[in-house]
Design a protein around this ligand. Sequence first.
Ligand code: ATP
Length: 360
Amino acid sequence: MEELTKYFRKGKNIIKAVDHITYKISDGIAFGILGPSGHGKTTLLRLIAGLEIPTDGYVYFNDELMSEPGRIVIEPERRNIAMVFQNWALYPNMTVYDNIAFPLKMAKMSKHEIDKRVREIAEELELTRVLNHYPKELSGGQMQRTALARALVKNPKILLLDEPFSNLDAALRDSARALVRRIQRERKLTTIIVSHDPADIFSIADAAGVIINGKFAQIGSPTDIYNTPATTLIAALSGDINLLSAKVVEDTALIANLRIPLVKGLINDNEVIIGLRPDEMKILIEQQDIHGFVNVGKIRVKVSSYTLGVFRIVVSPISDESVNIIVVSDEPIEPGREAHLLIKPDKMKIFNKEERLICP
Ligand code: ATP
């Protein structure tokens, strides 16, 4: 895509849904588009699919022009793409076989060819035994595999996924992510996945772009984005994080009574924002040295709650109970207890007052 742009008119206002994006997604990779609601993710995907006409800019597949300013050059049906949306909706009154065969029937393929293709993809996705079943007779996993089979049966060059897992429950979501990942890898299928959930993006994508206000605010590998988010907003979009205002005095960041040692001379700002992910800290009742961690001071436990196999513990610095810090722990800790907070200095992110990353 080159200078790709889509504006919508809303009354007197112009909404810049996608704003001059230039980027080439490499062939055969999975590319993720992460961003908050309403910042242009779906519009970008629809522009790529040919379902929106660009206000400005171009869409190319390899070197072939697909869309140009004000015009769709190649219609969506002729782009050799497949799209899967939120609900993985199947046609309820058709069998698995007919659901998968549907796109091929629409393409007026011969019965013989349709049968061959449906059976091949059913074999690949372990659906052979349920080809005569109706959707209501399927498990959640079988439904997903059927929806994916229907998307892939025409051998698309590009797979587009828009929030594909958001309506699935947690267990099914994990298996659906793993399935998409496996198929994408096996087929080296260029895949673009849009989601507001970083876990969707990070479990599938080789590279990702964070879209904010219709522009890519950061592009990189999932680990780049997670470990070195360019701004506090990207840090928060890419996973849980505590963002804590701190004063810097003599190479130490102070958050109430907590003292975080900084590398000498590294930070010149007097005020910074310290970013600490909940799973990169520890709470200890008894003081003790743990390799890779630094004890930054005493905290009091406020709340301890159990979710998804771990405890989320809210703590506050002893000297300022209005500052809340969330820490993930394997064990519960009683509210009211005093304890030590340990952080991993090499995982800490430091942002300036303007909320831009200054370290690492
Ligand atoms: P969500 O995650 O909520 O779907 P998104 O990041 O996918 O959000 P888009 O759906 O691309 O965001 O919308 C971007 C902006 O463009 C929003 O402000 C939206 O209201 C606006 N918009 C999208 N489609 C249209 C349209 N057809 N007409 C007018 N405005 C639109």
